[in-house]
Design a protein around this ligand. Structure first.
Ligand code: NAP
Length: 475
C-alpha cells in the first residue's frame, strides 16, 4: 500500500523517521490507509514555511485571497463524493451525513472568502483638532490548527477558511484517526495552487507537534477543536508566548421538552440531535429533560422512533447509525449505561454493543435517570440518551445549567414568553429553540464556561484571526 504523505511548503513529504501508521475502518476493522507519522522536526519545517509564506500572503489584497478560497470551495463541491467516502471509511458516519459535512465545510470557505473582503477599520473622533484616530485590523500571523476526528473536514475549513481570508498562514495537525480526509483536502489546496507554505499539513505525534506549535514564537495563534482536557493543556502551553487561542471544546447539551411542545417534532429533533454521527457530536443531546406531565406519551413516541433506526456500515444507503470511532468510545458509552442501570435506570431500548466485526452500539434510551449517575456529568460521545423529568421551568433551568460545560442547549415549546425567559437563562453559547440543527456558517458557533473560547463562523469567525491596531496621528 502506498504511504500517504504530509504537505509542507508546497511539497508532499514522508516523515524524516520513515515511520508510518495504519488507519482502520471502524465498521469493518479493515486497514483504510497507511500514513506517514511525523514529529517535532516536521512541525518545525512547517512552521518555518508558514512564517516565510506569511510575508507573501498578507500582502495580497483581500479580493486576491478570496479568489483562491472561492476556487477551493468550488473544487470541494466537485470532489464531494470522494471526500465524503474518505470520511465514512475513516470514522464511520453514514455517507449521507458525510456528504452534508462536506457541503457545510465548503460553505465555510465561501463565507470567509466573502467576509475577508469586509474586514473594516474605524475612524474615531479625536478630542483635539490636531489629531486623527484610526483603528486598523491586521492578520495575526502564522496559526497552529489542531482538529478532531468527529467532523474531520468541516473542522478544518472552519479554521483554514477564516485564517486564510484574514491573511494568516496555517500549520494544520488533523486527528490521527482521520488523516486521509485531511490529505485529500490538501490535494485540493495543491490543485488551487496557493503560494508555497500558505497551508501546511503535519501528521503524527500529537504531543510532539502540539509542543512545537506552542513553543515556537513564530506561531501567533492556536486554533483547536477537541476535548476540554487537551484544550486546557493547550491554553496553559500558550501562556509562555501569550498566544491568542480559539478553543472549541466538549459539551454536555441539555435538551428540554416542555408540556406545551409539539411532541412529534420534539422527538424527531431528539433523534437527530442524539443519534446523528452515533452521538459523537460536541453539540449533541446528552441529557433529555421531559416535563413530568408528558413523560409517558413522549417516551412512547421517542422509543418507537429509536427502535426504527437502522444500524450498519455507513457506506450502506439504509444506515442511520454507524459505528463508534474506536474501542475506547464503545467502552465509554457502555460504561455509562452499566453505571446508570446499576444505580436504578431503566433501559427503554438498546443498551449493549452489537455486530461482532465493527464497533457498533445499539441506539439506547434510558429512563429514570438520576443525578448520582456518571452520565449526568460526563460527556458520553455515544448513542445513549438519558431521560430526566422535571416539574417547573425554574427546576429544569437549574438542572440544565448544573454542568461545567456551556456549548449547546435545546428546548421545545410553543409559548413565546417561555422561549424568551428560558433562552436568556440557559448558560450556553448556542441555543436551539424547536431546532435540533442550529449550526450554520453565517452564525457564531462556540461555547462558554469550559466549552471554549472564541467563535467560528459568522462575521465573528474571521475576527479571531485579526489583531486590532490603534493609530494616533498628530497633524
Ligand atoms: P481530542 O482527543 O482532544 O483530540 C483533538 C485533537 O487534539 C486531535 O488532533 C488530537 O490528535 C490532538 N491532541 C491530543 N492530545 C494532544 C496534545 N497533548 N497536544 C496537542 N494536540 C493533541 O478530541 P477528539 O477525541 O478528537 O474529539 C472529541 C472531542 O472534541 C469531544 O470532547 C467533543 O465534544 C470535542 N469537539 C468540540 C467541538 C466544538 O466545536 N466545540 C467540535 C467537535 C468536537 P491525535 O488524534 O493525533 O491524538
Amino acid at each position: 500500500m502506498t504511504v500517504k504523505e504530509m504537505y509542507i511548503n508546497g511539497e508532499w513529504t514522508e516523515s524524516f523517521s520513515k515511520k508510518t501508521f495504519s488507519v482502520r475502518n471502524p465498521a469493518t476493522n479493515e486497514v483504510v490507509s497507511t500514513v506517514t507519522y511525523g514529529s517535532a522536526k516536521e512541525a518545525t519545517e512547517a512552521i518555518k514555511a508558514a512564517k516565510d509564506a506569511f510575508l507573501v500572503w498578507r500582502s495580497l489584497t483581500a479580493k486576491e485571497r478570496s479568489v483562491y478560497l472561492t476556487k477551493l470551495y468550488e473544487l470541494m463541491l466537485k470532489e464531494k463524493e470522494s471526500l465524503a467516502q474518505l470520511i465514512t471509511l475513516e470514522m464511520g458516519k453514514p455517507l449521507k451525513e458525510a456528504k452534508g459535512e462536506v457541503e457545510l465545510a465548503a460553505e465555510y470557505l465561501l463565507w470567509n472568502a466573502e467576509e475577508g473582503k469586509r474586514i473594516y477599520g474605524e475612524i474615531i473622533p479625536a478630542s483635539s483638532n490636531n489629531k486623527r484616530l484610526q483603528v486598523i485590523k491586521q492578520p495575526i500571523g502564522p496559526v497552529g490548527a489542531i482538529t478532531p476526528w468527529n467532523f474531520p473536514i468541516s473542522m478544518l475549513t472552519r479554521k483554514i477558511g477564516p485564517a486564510l481570508a484574514a491573511g494568516c498562514t496555517v500549520v494544520l495537525k488533523p486527528s490521527s484517526k482521520t488523516p486521509g480526509s485531511a490529505i485529500r483536502f490538501f490535494e485540493l489546496i495543491e490543485e488551487v495552487n496557493f503560494p508555497k507554505g500558505v497551508a501546511n499539513l503535519v501528521i503524527g505525534s500529537s504531543r510532539e507537534i502540539g509542543q512545537e506549535l506552542l513553543k515556537s514564537p513564530d506561531i501567533k495563534k492556536i486554533a483547536f477543536t477537541g476535548s476540554t482536557s487537551v484544550g486546557k493543556r493547550l491554553i496553559e502551553g500558550s501562556a509562555e508566548h501569550v498566544k491568542k487561542v480559539s478553543m472549541e471544546l466538549g459539551g454536555h447539551a441539555p435538551f428540554i421538552v416542555f408540556e406545551d411542545a409539539n411532541l412529534e417534532e420534539a422527538a424527531e429533533g431528539a433523534i437527530i440531535s442524539k443519534y446523528r454521527n452515533s452521538g459523537q457530536t460536541c453539540i449533541c443531546l446528552n441529557r433529555l429533560f421531559v416535563q413530568e406531565s408528558i413523560k409517558e406519551p413522549f417516551q412512547t413516541i421517542l422509543t418507537k422512533k429509536v427502535k426504527a433506526l437502522t444500524i450498519g456500515n455507513g457506506m450502506e444507503d439504509a444506515t442511520d447509525v454507524g459505528p463508534l470511532v474506536d474501542e475506547d468510545g464503545l467502552k465509554k458509552a457502555h460504561s455509562h449505561v452499566e453505571d446508570a442501570v446499576k444505580k436504578g435506570a431503566t433501559i427503554l431500548t438498546g443498551g449493549k454493543p452489537c455486530n461482532e466485526n465493527g464497533l457498533f452500539y445499539e441506539p439506547t434510551l434510558l429512563s429514570n435517570v438520576t443525578n448520582d449517575m456518571t452520565i449526568t456529568y460526563d460527556e458520553t460521545f455515544g448513542p445513549v440518551a438519558p431521560i430526566y423529568t422535571f416539574n417547573s421551568e425554574e427546576e429544569v433551568i437549574q438542572a440544565a445549567n448544573d454542568t461545567e460545560y456551556g456549548l449547546a442547549a435545546y428546548f421545545y415549546t410553543q409559548d413565546l414568553g417561555r422561549t424568551i425567559r428560558v433562552s436568556e437563562q440557559l448558560d450556553y453559547g448556542i441555543i436551539g429553540i424547536n431546532d435540533a440543527v442550529p449550526t450554520t456558517v453565517q452564525a457564531p458557533f462556540g461555547g462558554i464556561k469550559q466549552s471554549g473560547l472564541g467563535k467560528e463562523g459568522g462575521h465573528q469567525g474571521v475576527e479571531e484571526y485579526l489583531e486590532t491596531k490603534f493609530l494616533s496621528i498628530q497633524i
